[in-house]
Structures are given as C-alpha cells and as structure tokens.
Write a protein that binds this ligand. Structure first.
Ligand code: FES
Length: 117
C-alpha cells in the first residue's frame, strides 16, 4: 500500500525535525506521503515519561483515527470514534479489546528524530 513511500526512503529512516519540542504527555500528528492517494501514512508521535513513540494514526478497531493533542492521563493515545486508548510504547489497547495499534521505530537525537516507516 505504501510502496512508493517505502521506495522513496529505501529502507532508510525519514528525518523529522523538532520532535524534541513535543511536551511530555502530548501527541502530534505528522503526515508522510499522500495518505488520501493511498501512498502515505499518518503518524502520531507521543511523548510519555520523556520517551518518544510513534503510532500509526489508523485505529485497529474500526478504522477511526488516533488523534494528536493531550494524551489521556498523560499516557494514552486516544481514538475518539469509540474512545479506545492505546499505550504508545506497545500499541496495546488498555481500555478495550482490539488489536494493537501499529508502531514505528524511532530514534531521537539532538531535538530531531528518525523514523523507520
Ligand atoms: S475505530 Fe477507533 S476506537 Fe473504534
């Protein structure tokens, strides 16, 4: 589905500038490629306990979108469609039974980060 995007990066990470500014307990959406055209992805960057995590915005429940903004209780990313909450470090739903949210590997350095899509 994201063939062009993956080919563009060739297995190398994409650089995202300024992730160091993301406050603890908050989430921020970054769009890569063109998700509307079917060749891109929306990523929700979350900071919990000082650690940066990245979840695919596509909710594993019924196709809603996990949103940016304050994390529930400063810890959990939320899909507002049915209120499911996901742990950014694992993608596990903590208040409902459904599959895991897809996670992406990130490495943060110098206020920016690399992400493997
Ligand atoms: S679609 Fe996300 S909680 Fe139902």
């Amino acid at each position: 589905m994201f063939g062009k995007l993956r080919a563009l990066f060739g297995g190398k990470p994409a650089l995202v500038k300024g992730t160091g500014k993301l406050e603890d307990g908050h989430a921020k959406k970054v769009v890569f490629g063109d998700p509307i055209a079917g060749d891109g992805v929306e990523v929700i960057f979350c900071r919990v306990g000082g650690e940066l995590h990245a979840l695919d915005a596509l909710c594993p429940h019924e196709g809603g979108r996990i949103t940016e903004g304050p994390l529930e209780g400063g810890q959990y990313a939320v899909c507002p469609l049915h209120g499911y909450q996901f742990e950014p470090a694992t993608g596990v739903a903590v208040n409902a039974s459904c599959g895991k949210a897809k996670r992406y590997r990130v490495r943060e350095a110098g206020g920016d980060c690399e992400i493997w899509l």
